[in-house]
Structures are given as C-alpha cells and as structure tokens.
Design a protein around this ligand. Sequence first.
Ligand SMILES: NC(=O)c1ccc[n+]([C@@H]2O[C@H](COP(=O)([O-])OP(=O)(O)OC[C@H]3O[C@@H](n4cnc5c(N)ncnc54)[C@H](O)[C@@H]3O)[C@@H](O)[C@H]2O)c1
Length: 449
Amino acid sequence: MSSNFSHFATLKDGIAGKDARVLTVGLGYVGLPMALTVHEVGFDTTGLDINAERVARINAGEQVISYFAENRIDDAVKSGKFRATSEASAIAGADIILICVPTPLTAAREPDMRYVISAAETIADWLRPGQLVVLESTVWPGATANVLQPILERGGLRAGSDFFLGFSPEREDPGNASHTTRTIPKVVGADDKQSRDLLEMFYSTIVTQAVPVSSSATAEAVKLAENSFRTVNIALVNEMKVAMDAMGVDVWEVVKAAATKPFGYMPFYPGPGIGGDCIPVSPVYLSWRARDVGSETPIIDLARFNNEGAPEALATRIRTDLSRHDGVDVNGARILILGIAYKKDVEDTRESPALALLKKLEQMGADVDYHDPFFPVMPLTRDHPDLANRLSVPLDAGTLEGYDAVIVTTDHTAVDYGLVAAASKRVFDTRNAFDGRGIAIDRARLIKI
Ligand SMILES: NC(=O)c1ccc[n+]([C@@H]2O[C@H](COP(=O)([O-])OP(=O)(O)OC[C@H]3O[C@@H](n4cnc5c(N)ncnc54)[C@H](O)[C@@H]3O)[C@@H](O)[C@H]2O)c1
C-alpha cells in the first residue's frame, strides 16, 4: 500500500468517525464561526490566532462576536473539545488545518497576501505527512497552487502525495440568522483527486452541502465571481437611485416591486457605498489577476470606481441639500452620523462607507459626531486610524435637536427611529430606515439619498 493511500485512508476514516482533529488558523469573523461549527458537529477543534488577547477572551468564554447565540463560545470551551491558542505547535497535533486569515488590500489597493504567506510559513514549520490543509481566505485564482503550495512544500513534503491541499471559499454572512455557517453550501476545489475527495467528505459533514469543482483555482474564482456580481449590482442600484430620484421616483419602491418578478431579477438595495472585508476587496483580487494574465475587467473596474466614490458623492449631495433646503452651510454645520458599522447589526467597521463619509464631511468643514450602539468607542481601523477613540454620543431628544442634520448610514435594529424621526431637524436616510419600518416622519424633514 502506497504511503499516500494509507494517509488518505486514515484521514477518510478520521473524518467519517469524527476522530480527526481540526485546527483553524485565524479566529476572526470567519475562522471563529467555522471552528465552532466544526466543534459542534463533533470534531475536536483548536483555533490558532496570533492575537493573544482574542485567544484569552475566547478561552474565557467571552461573547467576542455579538450576534452569536449567548454562551455559544462558553459552552464550546467548557466541553473540553474546543480551545483557542497562540501556540503554533498546535499545528502538529491537527489532522485538518483550515486557514481563515485576512486578505485585505495594500495601500496601493492591490491584493495583500502577507497574512496568508505568514500563516503558510508557520504551518510549513510544523507540517507532517498525512495532514489536509485548506485555504478558506478569499484569494485570486491560482493563489493556492502558486503561493501556498510552494511554501508548504519547502520542507520536502509534496502536496497530493505526502499531504493534501485544497481551497474552499467562505460564504459567511455576519449577522444573518437565516443562513448560518452550517446551512450555507460550501464549494470545494483541489488539484488532485484525493485532496478533492477529502475536502468533499470533510465539508459534507460540516455543512448541508459540499459542492466540488475541478481545481483550487476554480473554487477561488467562484468566490470572486459571487462578490464581483454583488459589486456590480450595488453600483447599478446606486446609479439607478440617483437617476430615479431626479425623475421623482423612489428607487426603494421600485426595487421592492421589481423583486416580485419570480425570475431574472434579484433585489439589491441602495446605500452609502460598500464595506466589509469582502465586497470591496474581492473584485480587486479578480481584476488584479486578470491584468496579471493579460486580460481586463472594465465593468468590474467601473463598478468599483462608483462604489468607492459613493461616500464623496453623498457628502457633495448633503452639502447641496443642506444649503438649498435649510440654508445651512456645511462648513460649520453640526452633523450626526447614525451607524458606523459597514452593515446593520454587526460590530465591524472595516472599509465602512460611513467612516469615509464622516471624513469627507469634516474635510468640508462640518463638525461631525457619531452614534453607534455597537461602538461606544470608535475602534482603530486600517483605513481610518485617525478616527480611533472618538466616543459615540448618546441618542436622546436633546442631543438630536442639537444637530443640523442626522444621516442614517447604518440602520441597526437597536436604534429608536421613532425618536430620530421626532427630534431631528433634518434627516438624510441612505437605508430606507423609516419607510422600510413604517415609521412616520415629516416628509419635509426627510431626504432619502
Ligand atoms: N468577514 C466576512 O464577512 C467574510 C466573508 C467571507 C469571506 N471572508 C474572507 O475570510 C478571510 C478572513 O476574514 P475575517 O473576516 O475572518 O478576518 P478577521 O480579521 O476577522 O480575522 C482574521 C484573524 O486571523 C488572525 N491572524 C492573522 N494572521 C494570522 C496568522 N498568521 N496566524 C494565526 N492567526 C492569524 C487575526 O489575528 C484575526 O483574528 C478573508 O480572506 C476574508 O476576505 C470574510
């Protein structure tokens, strides 16, 4: 029996009997839900993260992700079959290693693969025959084979014979209660049959459906296709918003009615721009790789350009409307940004358009505060480090009355929109927060933008 067959058979049995030990590298918005789900399915699971403070909080059972069910982390830790660690030596004890580290953009807005590379180097130091390594971070098509594999093979072990390697993109939708890690089908791809089979077997036990594709590059491309589709459609609906507004038509009403068509249409909703670690980033990975191989992506590039420019376009529109409707000069105006997270009900400000809008308004001379129930203190972000440590103002009638304008940038559920409607002099609503909830508001004071 060849050694790779016996490795394959051992891992196959370990997956079927749930005896295989699983390790996730990275315990963020993607790695932690995945690690907990793997544990809940019955595997002994370890989470490895370089952030020692996060590791300690997880081991103490703290609710580090607010939308998790209460005690989810605590129950896992107390079971004795789930733990977090900063010790890279834990890699040696794992049979299956899932890499869930960040893949942001560099300052030049190009793929930043440094976390994947450093995680790969750490794994390479501990890699042993028979392990299955799966990259889950969003990367450009070809990265598993061309970046990860050569690093893992540095010590002499070969992918597809000594160890197994593949890619499975994350489709986590933070805060979405209808689609959890377990119920979202997972695409799996690898460049040899045994790795592909192992990936399919493993993920079939974790999620409701594993969807095998022929190569790691195909699986990588699936993720970029999904997010580029969203990028283009968000740019499209924001373009329609402006055009329809000029025609006196409410785009929100249009989208709601169009969504009743049972085929050929999928609703996308306007907003202040795009945010998070995914939608603004993935299309860049696709267009960067396209250029690298001599191709082009002009539609995606235009959509990105429009999305990235959305906060500035909003700031300009707010300046014009404040002056025209209220005789208020933005220079010196007091403005409240309501919601700094990039989407509702999550405590995540990465690439948040609300922060970009805040900065634009300040550059125009406005005096800007924010309120966000998830952020009593403004966190340190990669894109706006200078905003860190500002404080969220309380949301009460007296405070609201003191602003020339309140801008709803993120419509968190916990906010009292009735109060905002009653006490604000001028409301700019980028999220349909009032009409969408059926909250009465004086139309003369509301501008949906
Ligand atoms: N957040 C989402 O909604 C989402 C959805 C789908 C896909 N993704 C993709 O998933 C990947 C991970 O994203 P995330 O949102 O979980 O990121 P995150 O920033 O929330 O978490 C990443 C974690 O990895 C840790 N880390 C970094 N380098 C490490 C290393 N060398 N070893 C161990 N730990 C390390 C960090 O300390 C952090 O805790 C990215 O590629 C992202 O694009 C994210």
